[in-house]
Every structure is written in C-alpha cells, then in structure tokens.
Design a protein around this ligand. Structure first.
Ligand SMILES: *Cc1c(COP(=O)(O)O)cnc(C)c1O
Length: 366
C-alpha cells in the first residue's frame, strides 16, 4: 500500500474564494495569482477552480506557456516580467502581458526587432515604498514616456504592489500617490493583493491581484480566514502508523524535547518536514486525530511527527490525521511555527500526492 500522506485540494473552495474576492471589488477584473504552482495547490486545480477569473498572474515562464496552451484567450500577466532579452519575443509570441520594473527591461524591448515582438502589452510598475521592484516616483514618468515611443508597445498599463496592505491605513498615501501618478480615463491600473482587496476598497482600480485569499488563507496576522468568509482549499492529511504507551518522564523524538508529564499514549503520524510540514512547529501545535483535537508532542522529524493521544481514546493505527485543512487552519499551524500560511502552502513537497475534489473540504471525507 502507498504511504497515506496526501494533499486534498477543493476546487469548490477555490471557486467560492474567487467569488469573495470579486464581491470586494465590483467591476474590477480579477487576475487569479497562480505563481508557485498555485500556492502549492497545482495548476490543474487552479485552472478549474478559477474558471471564472479574468486572467492569470504568475512569474514562471514555462508555466505561463503551459497555461497559454490550455487557455488561448485570457490574459496572462508575468509579475516579474522578462528575465532576459529573448523573453520579449516570447511574450509577444504567447501573448503574455509583461511587467516592466527596470530600465534594463525597457532596453530589451528597444533592442528587439519590432517584427519579432509586435503587440506587446506592458504593465509599468511603480515603486510605492516596498523598494523591491518598480520605478521610483522620480523615474516613473520618464519610463512611461520612453515606453510610449517604442513601436511594439501596443498597450501600456500601470501597476504597483504595497509593502503594508495588511496594516490598516498604512498604505493610504501610496494609493493616492499611485492614483495621481496614473491619471486619465485611459489609464488601466492594478494595485491590490489579497490584503488590499479585503481592506482597501479604493485600491481596487481596474484589476485586482488576489493570491492567498483565493486559497482560503488569511493575509492578515490577526484576522482568520473564516472571519473573512474564506474556505480552506487544501487539506494535508495522513494517518497514524504507530501508537505507543510511554511512562511518566519518558521523552519523545530527537533531542528529547517532549517529556511525558504522566503515563500517556503517543501517536506517530506519517508526515514530516520532507513533506512540507514545518520542522519548527513546537509542542502544542494543533492537529486533528480521528476527528478529535490533539497536538504535537516531540520534535517534527523528516518523515514523521508525534502527537499526544491523551484526548483521543479511539486513536489506533490507521486513524485519520488532519495536519491542516477545514478543522485546523493552515494559518494556525503557521502561527505556532513562527511563519505564515503562504509558506506552508507553497512548501508541500513533490512526494505528497495531490487529489482534487469538486466538493468543499468538509464534505470531502474521501
Ligand atoms: C504574489 C503577488 C500577489 C498576490 O499576493 P497575495 O498576498 O497572495 O494576495 C499580487 N501581486 C504581486 C505582484 C505578487 O507578487
């Protein structure tokens, strides 16, 4: 029999979360952000679950070309744009919208023969304080003018990305400045990631770019996905492969970091950090065993983790274990491990088989 560790992805949850995003930004186009293999959920599930999206946004060129083959019509936005000069012709060939965030990327367009890259759709990126990608306010206008003179550039739109959209009110000035720098009825603009979609209605502009919320996790440290009306789209599950009784004072796992406070039962789950479960999840991190709340007891190892079965009298070999999903939010596990849900979702490793279901996770007790 194959190893019981697997990842279940719900297209019904993806579909629901996309609707939530759309409700927050009526009238705006929605780029479904599907970078990093759709935040670990897989491109297949994303293409099906986000069938109502207006376009796709990612930064991996091989995946974008794959999506283009399966979806000839909808726009595809390359969030980091061209990585080399020859990408310019590829963008034209596959009709990929490209972000331009650097002068060098404009040079590449200028150096490409117009016959090789006609019809380019460009999104000029403005730095609004992240200081990562994008033209500074003082250089933005010149970049716009230069792009407008380039023959292959058929369409020029504008984009920015906030550093602090998850902090209430922190980007108010950036929104106003971006709006002022890209005026006119003909400017097509995009600024909002999930946090902005959910909390900054004036940042919706023409196209929103939700990522994490579409997968049913929260972009905020202090607001749960459930409180935002989102449904988890991924369950990471496994089973118990061993159950043992240990004496008071006995230790569990590498480094003996868990010491049994009393005689107790310990369960061994076939899931470890090589599957993408965070090694830093400490004692007390919640898991669900056989439908009952349990928690990590002992250090997470490569292929296994150990749990406290004191409150799960029914637990036995083969009992179902949810590491995260519809009962244990991925954000809760991430909080215990000192990280964010994004990182855990993206880190599911290739050895974990993925199953896609059409129902919501709660109803998918497959
Ligand atoms: C990843 C990304 C997004 C989506 O961000 P979320 O916080 O996941 O919603 C939007 N825009 C850009 C440029 C990104 O890189």
């Amino acid at each position: 029999m194959s190893r019981p560790t697997r990842c279940i992805v719900s297209t019904a949850a993806l579909r629901h979360n996309l609707e939530v995003a759309r409700r927050h930004a009526p009238g705006a186009g929605v780029w479904a952000v599907v970078k990093a293999d759709a935040y670990g959920h897989g491109i297949d599930a994303a293409l099906s679950g986000f069938d109502a999206a207006d376009g796709w946004a990612l930064l991996e060129w091989d995946k974008a070309i794959e999506i283009r083959a399966r979806d000839p019509a909808r726009p595809i936005l390359m969030l980091e744009g061209c990585f080399c000069a020859s990408d310019v012709a590829r963008a034209a060939r596959y009709r990929l919208d490209i972000v331009v965030h650097e002068e060098t990327q404009i040079d590449w367009i200028a150096r490409t023969s117009p016959s090789e890259c006609a019809g380019l759709r460009v999104w000029l990126k403005r730095n609004s304080g992240m200081n990562r990608l994008g033209f500074d306010p003082g250089a933005f206008e010149a970049a716009r003018e230069r792009l407008q003179t380039l023959e292959p550039v058929e369409n020029l739109s504008f984009l920015t990305h906030f550093a602090n959209a998850d902090r209430a009110g922190a980007e108010r000035t950036s929104v106003a400045e971006f709006a002022a720098a890209t005026p006119g009825a003909n400017s097509i603009r995009s600024a909002a990631n999930s946090a902005a979609v959910l909390s900054m209605p004036d940042a919706s502009f023409d196209w929103i770019r939700p990522g994490i919320m579409l997968y049913g996790a929260s972009p905020f440290g202090d607001r749960s996905a459930a409180s935002l009306g989102l449904l988890p789209a991924m369950r990471l599950e496994s089973t118990l492969i061993a159950v043992r009784t240990i004496a008071a004072g006995a230790c569990v796992g590498y480094g003996s970091t868990y010491v049994a406070p009393r005689p107790m039962r310990i369960g061994v789950v076939a899931c470890g950090y090589a599957d993408g479960y965070p090694r830093h999840a400490p004692n007390g991190t919640p898991v669900l065993v056989d439908g009952s709340p349990s928690m990590i007891a002992g250090r997470v190892s490569m292929d296994m983790l150990t749990v406290d079965l004191d409150r799960v009298p029914t637990a036995r070999i083969g009992s179902r274990v949810e590491l995260w999903g519809d009962h244990i939010p991925v954000d809760t596990v991430a909080g215990h491990a000192g990280t964010i849900g994004y990182e855990l979702l993206c880190a599911i490793s290739s050895r974990v088989p993925r199953t896609t279901v059409d129902s919501v996770l709660l109803e998918a007790e497959t």
